[in-house]
Each structure stands twice: as C-alpha cells, then as structure tokens.
Ligand binder design. Structure first.
Ligand SMILES: *Cc1c(COP(=O)(O)O)cnc(C)c1O
Length: 406
C-alpha cells in the first residue's frame, strides 16, 4: 500500500473534497473506495479477533458498528470540518436525535431557536418533554434573549444557521462564548452552509451536524447524516448509535462520498447563482420579500459576512398574493423539481407548508414567521442565465393572470 504524508489542515477545501478519506487503497489497489456490503468481518484466529474487538488493532467487527465505506465518508467530512472525529448516521434526523439523546438526561435543559428544521423542532416540542427535558426555544435572531436563557443554566445550546426556510442567521461565535460560560455543549446544524461556506468548530462550536442527504451528497439519491467534533464527544455519540442502530448503509455512504468529490465546484456555482437570483427577485414587482443572507438588507447580513465564506445555494421569497399566487407560479417553472429536498444539482422549489414544515400547523408556521405564500428555492448547478429566464417567464405569467396581486 502506498503511504502518503498529508498535513490536511494545510490543504485547501477543493483538494480535501476530492482526496480526504480516499488516500489508502482498501482493495487491491482499486483507486475508488469499494462498497463493502459485508455485515461481518473474519479473522485469522481468535487472538486477532480479540485485538480488533478491544480496538488494539485496526479492523471491523459487525456492520452496525463500523464499515470501511462508511469510514471513508466519515473521514472526508471530518477533514472538511477540521474536526478530531466524525461518526455517520442513517439520516440527518438520526444524527440530530442521536446527539440530543446522548447528551441530555431527565432534568436537563436545552436552549435553541424557534427556526430549527421542522423535524428538529418536533424533537424539542414532542419527544424531549416526555423525558422531563426542558426545551427553551428563543426568537432566532434575538441574541440577548438567547444569552439570557443560556446564562440561567443549560446542558446543550443547539443552533442552526442559516435556518430553514427563512434563512435567518445566528452568531455562532457570540453564542458559543455564552454557552461555554454556562458549561454547555454547543451544537450547530451546518446543513445549509456546508463546510465550504462555514466552519462552526473554528467559530467555537463543539459539535457540527449535517443532513448529508442535502448538499454533501448533492444528487438527491441517498439519505445520510454525520456528526463531527472532539474524540470524546463523538465517541459517546457513536456509542449511542451503535446500540440504537441508526447506521448509515454502505451504498448510501458510497453515493454521498462520490457526490462530495464535486462539493467545492457545486457550492461555488450555487453560491454565485443564488446571490444573483436573490438580487433579481428583490427588484421584481411580484415579489414581496426575499430571504437571503447575501443581500445587504438581510437583518443579519453583517454576521453572515463575518462567519460565512459564501451565502449558500438556498433562498426563499414571498410572492404577493399568498398561497394562490404560489399555486399558479410553481408549475410555470421549467428547470425545477417541485419536491421536498434541497442541495441537489437540480434546482428544487416548494412551499415550506408542504416541505420542511409540513409537520407544523398553520398557526405554528405563522408563529415562526413563515408566510403561507413563501417559496423555498434551492439553486442547482444549471446555467444561471437559464434559471433567471425561467423565473422571469414564470413571474410574467403571474403578472398577466393576477394583476390584482400587484
Ligand atoms: C433535511 C434537513 C435535516 C434532516 O435531514 P434528513 O437527512 O432528511 O433526516 C436536518 N436539518 C436540516 C437543516 C435539513 O435541511
């Protein structure tokens, strides 16, 4: 086997996305990571078996615990996030619930924001209370309120930025300082930004979590999740997962690993296109509000500029006329899937009332500041000119059909 000597922290992200986790040949010199479908692994004798079981020798035992393909994926994300360790899950939600159920016990308190992903919000409001764990959800951009709740004492501060679907931004560095004064662990859902745009651990977070289903995989063909952080925290979360059983399938790990090789190219294009589309929509008479942290009039643009390299591929916009306008508008778009995912190579659009926040009632969405007429738009890697022309013709149809909305 060819030995390489790479100081990953001195290697740029574009090289990391291609090479990290894939520098050693797992199978007879094959340059690509094999999909190891084996459930168990064999040994020469019981002594070797014993050494592997004790962790004294490298190797695998049983697929619910570890797998070589899954390990390659973990290593790639670990490198990109600049973390000591990483562990994979079957989905993003499995990773998020794995973190929370590892870290929290009855009587504990978690401080978070109102705008977390819909499924995460359900864990806070429906499942944690059943275990006598208190969830305190603050207005997302109200940093004073967050600091006040954190200082009252808590075990976990759970953040997500930018948020889904209204692209609110929270100051990771500032809230991590407050959390550490209170002795709490800081978790950041980095799904929307990706490690190319934002590195929460460098900003003071203790754990980063991804729905790898979205930008990391990038092709909407595999579900997955991953958690990165210190050896100690990740070992505890891994232990919960190996027992709980929400293991990432090797085939899914392979698909996400393959998708990740182009992450830097995709994100570069998606950052650029989303910003241009946000600027275009902001000047359109049919559009009431555009939500994108890259726009200078976004309420937290300064924080976003400080902690992000690019503003990401997702934006939202509210059309004048509410849900009826959205119903008429979306089918006009030609280069768009009307679907529930995001972060894919194809552009995807949909209203949050049927996607990220379908589990919520209309009242709950209203309380979260999500207008019923909102469209979430996840920019793909198509040519920007085609996406702009597509949006323009869709909005032109609306102007003709629904002049009263203007
Ligand atoms: C999709 C998503 C999740 C959940 O991930 P799954 O892989 O669908 O379980 C969590 N957080 C954010 C921000 C997401 O967009």
């Amino acid at each position: 086997m060819r030995e390489r000597n790479i100081a990953w922290d001195q290697i740029r992200p574009g090289t990391q996305t291609v090479w990290a986790g894939e520098t050693s040949y797992l199978l007879q010199g094959a340059t690509q990571v094999p999909v190891v479908h084996s459930v168990s692994f064999g040994y020469r004798d019981i002594d070797e078996w014993h050494r592997v079981a004790l962790g004294e020798e490298q190797g695998h035992i049983y697929g619910r615990n570890t797998n070589p393909t899954v390990e390659a994926f973990e290593e790639k994300v670990r490198t990109l996030e600049g973390a000591e360790a990483a562990t994979a899950f079957s989905t993003g939600m499995a990773a998020i619930s794995g973190i929370l159920f590892t870290l929290l016990s009855p009587g504990d308190r978690v401080v978070s924001i109102k705008d977390t992903y819909g499924g995460t919000n359900k864990i806070f409001l429906e499942f944690l209370p059943r275990f006598q764990i208190e969830s305190v959800l603050c207005d997302t951009e109200d940093h004073e309120a967050l600091e006040a709740e954190i200082s009252k004492g808590c075990q976990v501060v759970y953040l997500e930025t930018p948020t889904n679907p209204t692209l609110k931004v929270v100051d990771i560095e500032r809230l991590a300082r407050a959390a550490h004064r209170a002795g709490a662990v800081v978790v950041v859902d980095n799904t929307f930004a990706t490690p190319l745009n934002q590195r929460p651990l460098a900003l003071g977070a203790d754990l980063v979590v991804h729905s790898a289903t979205k930008f990391l995989g990038g092709h909407a063909d595999a579900l997955g999740g991953v958690v990165c952080g210190s050896e100690e925290l990740v070992r505890a979360i891994y232990h919960y997962r190996e027992i709980n059983g929400a293991t990432l399938d090797p085939m899914a790990a392979y698909l996400i690993l393959r998708g990740m090789k182009t992450l830097h190219l995709r994100i570069r294009q998606q950052n650029e296109s989303a910003l241009a589309i946000a600027q275009y929509l902001a000047s359109h008479p049919m559009v009431e509000t555009v939500y994108y942290p890259g726009l200078p009039d976004h309420p937290s643009h300064d924080v976003a500029r400080k902690q992000m390299k690019g503003y990401g591929g997702v934006l939202s916009f509210a059309l004048k006329g509410g849900v009826d306008t959205v119903r008429a508008f979306l089918p006009q778009l030609q280069h768009v899937h009307l679907a529930a995912n995001l972060g894919s190579v194809e552009t995807v659009a949909g209203p949050p009332r049927t996607t990220s926040h379908v589990e919520c009632t209309e009242e709950e969405r209203k309380a979260m500041g999500i207008p019923e007429g909102l469209v979430r738009y996840s920019t793909g890697i198509e040519d920007l000119e085609d996406l702009l022309a597509d949006l323009k013709q869709g909005l032109d149809v609306l102007k003709k059909r629904m002049p009263a909305a203007l």
